[in-house]
Ligand binder design. Structure first.
Ligand code: SF4
Ligand code: SF4
Length: 408
């Protein structure tokens, strides 16, 4: 991954045209120059020119970036603002470390799957005792981001599952969120893949993909996690590693970049090349049935699918095979404001960005909202609840499973 000084040429390509101001979800709410690509680039440029320290104040401005890449695709000279922001955060993290709460999250919770599960078990306990109702308002709102949690994680369910043998093996990556929050999505994905004749290989010694570590510049831990995931699949005998999480997919596809110039570079690149979004894998393997599901669905494009992996038509093809009526929302590919953990650290701003998304969803009249990233799913479900909307939020594979009668 390039360091900040290596991106200097990119920074100087900004022509200050302001195209980014029209598309940045953060700028549309904060209306301040430091809240858009042009302003962030100016800040970092002043730092590289020796006029500004990379201070906590500057880091706070840089933290107000969702990494959604809307600015990058609309920028005439294609300035990679998301990379510049991540590189600046990484430089700051090396010099000053992370703020305490973020440090705890990155080092003590996300680094170890058992700690992540334990943290969610604590949430279940707090909820069952009704203690969450005693939280201060803001904390209560953030806690409410998490939907109702399942009794068992996927890892726990897996002990009682008998995975089928098949002619061809495919790997499946266990995302932290789906493992702990939406295990039914993984079960349904397995059912569909097995129905199509595949043997699904699911290594349980995988860890977090490292998306948050990568995003906040904790590159040491991001590499450690990447090494463990590469090792977990090393003896699995699979060429393709499927994921139902757009953020995990795009993060693992960048492992090659994470190890540039290091001895693991080749192996990491091979791994990244094998990572594939579940929708991409399924899109050309489905036969449209004669009994359409007969529901109206609208689809939200996760930033990490549409602008990081160029995935746009594939989930729609999966939905078409199921025979749903797809009602496109306005700005389907505009960021929902979730931004991984952006909604935790910048809750109020995140909700303002989400309001526009929910209004676009509402106008479609759909009864189901589909998306392919568990982080977006959490954010969207929270927004729907806040606005009293009753739409169900699902991954396309859940509709597929329903269609094929493979729901359980
Ligand atoms: S769109 Fe690109 S070139 Fe134009 S101001 Fe924004 S970052 Fe600079
Ligand atoms: S990546 Fe998204 S949030 Fe960040 S500056 Fe660009 S448009 Fe704004």
């Amino acid at each position: 991954m390039k360091q900040l000084h290596e991106l200097a040429e990119d920074l100087y390509r900004c022509i200050r045209c302001g195209s980014c101001t029209a598309v940045c979800p953060v700028y549309s709410e904060v209306k301040r120059e430091m809240g858009v690509a042009r302003g962030r680039i100016r800040l970092v440029r002043e730092h590289l020119d020796g006029n500004l320290d990379l201070s906590a104040t500057m880091r706070n401005y840089l933290d107000l970036c969702l990494g959604c890449r809307a600015c990058v695709v609309s920028c005439p000279p294609q300035v990679p603002t998301d990379r510049i922001v991540r590189a600046a955060r990484a430089e700051y993290a090396v010099r000053q470390g992370q703020p305490l709460v973020r440090h705890l999250l990155l080092h003590n919770v996300l680094n170890k799957p058992e700690r992540f599960s334990l943290a969610l078990d604590s949430v279940k306990l707090v909820r069952s005792a009704g203690l969450n109702r005693l939280f201060p308002k803001m904390l209560e709102a953030k806690e409410d981001l998490l939907p109702e949690l399942p009794e068992q994680t996927f890892r726990e369910m897996l002990k009682g599952l008998k995975l089928k043998k098949g002619a061809e093996k495919v790997g499946f990556f266990l995302s932290c969120m789906d493992d702990n929050v939406f295990p039914q999505v993984i079960i349904k994905a397995i059912n569909i893949l097995e129905e199509l004749g595949y043997e699904v290989v699911i290594p349980t010694d995988v860890v977090c993909c490292g998306a948050a570590h990568h995003n906040y510049g904790d590159l040491g831990n991001a590499r450690q996690l990447a090494r463990r995931n590469i090792r977990a699949f090393a003896g699995a005998g699979v060429e393709v590693i499927l994921t139902d999480c757009a953020s995990c997919g795009s993060t693992m596809q960048s492992y090659g970049e994470l190890f540039v110039g290091e001895k693991e570079e080749g192996e990491a690149q091979d791994f990244s090349r094998g990572v594939m979004d579940l929708n991409v894998f399924l899109q050309d393997k489905l036969v449209a049935g004669s009994q359409p599901l007969g529901v109206t669905v609208t689809y939200h494009d996760p930033c990490h699918a549409v602008r990081y992996q160029n995935i746009k038509e594939e989930p729609r093809k999966v939905l078409a095979a199921v025979g749903v009526k797809l009602e496109e929302m306005a700005e389907a590919d505009r960021c929902c404001g979730g931004g991984g953990t952006f909604n935790i650290f910048h809750y109020q701003l995140s909700m303002k960005i989400l309001n526009r998304k929910i209004e676009n969803v509402r106008k479609t009249g759909a009864s189901i909202l589909a998306t392919s990233c568990p982080a977006c799913r959490i954010q969207l479900a929270h927004g729907l609840k806040r606005h009293g909307q009753t739409l169900k939020v699902v991954h396309p594979v859940e509709l597929l499973a329903e269609f094929y009668g493979k729901g359980e």
